[in-house]
Design a protein. Sequence first.
Length: 551
Amino acid sequence: MFSYPETQREHPITPAKAGLLALLCLVWIGTGLIGHDPWKPDEAYSFGLVYSILQSGDWLVPILAGEPFMDKPPLFYITAAAFAKLFSPWLPLHDGARLASGFYTALTLLFTGLAGRELFGKAGSWSSAVILIGCLGLLVRAHQLITDLALVAGCAMMLYGYALILRHSSKAGLWIGTGMGVGFMAKGFIAPIFFLLISAGLLAFQFWRNRHYLVTLGVALLFALPWLTVWPTLLYLRSPALFAEWAWTLNIGHWFLYATAGHYTEAFYYVKSLPWLAWPALPLAAWAVWQARRKVMREPEFQLPLVTFAVMLMTLSLVPNIKEVFALPMLLPLTLLATASLATLRRGAANALDWFGIMTFGLIAILLWWGWAGLLLDNHAKITFWLKDYQPGFEPAFHERPFWIALVFSVLWVLLVWRVGRSMRRAIINWASGVTLIWILAMTLWLPWLDSGKSYRNMVVSLKQALPAQYDCIAATHLGDGQRAMLHYFGDILVASKDSQRCELLLVQEDRKLHPVTDETRWEKIWEGGRTGDRNEHYRLYRKISTSAES
């Protein structure tokens, strides 16, 4: 069984230190969850689904701006709607809904820490959580209203369940099955696929080829069964057509067509993007694997995260949709491997990572303060002109509360860097605190500037003011899911995507470089606009010109 050497046990995590690390994690989770509108692209359509649940009370069929949206099961959207409803007396609906992201992220940190403790002892618990919040690819995504966060939480539960098998715990099947079910209800079939392939891959090692392991997998299937069957059954009973659209058209059939086509042009996307998405977990994990290369065959603590990472990388690289956000589950096994590296990491390498983090985040913090002051004071520096040009129409203003929050945490970061004791954990703690500081500065000093360019609120308000007092319906051309959702939320405007020939109004989303609608004999433009600072999206609203024949 793997354990930390004596040098690591010389610096145990006392209750006071654990409390400070817990506070660091809570600050990291909570910062940026409230205080801004839903941002494009993912938050906008996700909140549209949440908003429909709040309006209709129908949790069974995901609805986006009045139309079924069957891409994913509704667990995350239901959770977000519950948070929005619960906190509606104090928070706007979109801020309350975003608390669901914090909830699932907290679950991810909790179960990753528990898995680290099972694999590498008590010293691995907090280390795993701190390494995970330091991963650059998780920072922004963990604070967005996206269903991927529920999938990652489910994967963390699964990993914890597998780790419990090492000590023959009776709860292993419970957490594996529950994690698989949560992942399924968040993103569909990908979590069960992970379960099948990880379970099969572990059988390649002798430790896992025993009766207890097989019984645990059977128990896991029993606990997963309600998650895997209840919602699909209810959906089928409601509408066989919608069930077929979800299960086949948008999932199994889509994957099958992609696999048979053989066009894997982006199969190495994650191999190329992981070096920054998983920094600093990836190099630490690579060091741990290198150090343990001769004992992997007999150390199940390494076999589990290695097999999990290999399965996730292979599976996610061969699915139809390749996006950076889909790599989030891979951070979990890499974090666990990185936790193992702290037992063998050389002091020189740890000090190098420590000083690199301190210098990098210190410099970024200085630039963020300087840039904010330049905007506020209009110092005519080149970067100030660039920032104003990037968000035209933004008027900087001094906000006292965000300023003091940013200042207090900046001072606290300096004190933390100065006071953290020397240990192999120092580097990852300073790195995680540096990431947290930059995020705090972005979500306090820079939040108005960011929200100005990412929110649809002003654009929708302007469009709504231009609408005629009476009209039958609005047709749409090239309008994205996020835009439809924000029209519904901010303007109570529903656009028709089907049977729209009868509509009196037409809303067109297009690139600014494209020519507008040219059939001026049928349509007249009554409004055009776009989001502040967005040089790509542009919108035009047209009204059908009445003809004598139509009259």
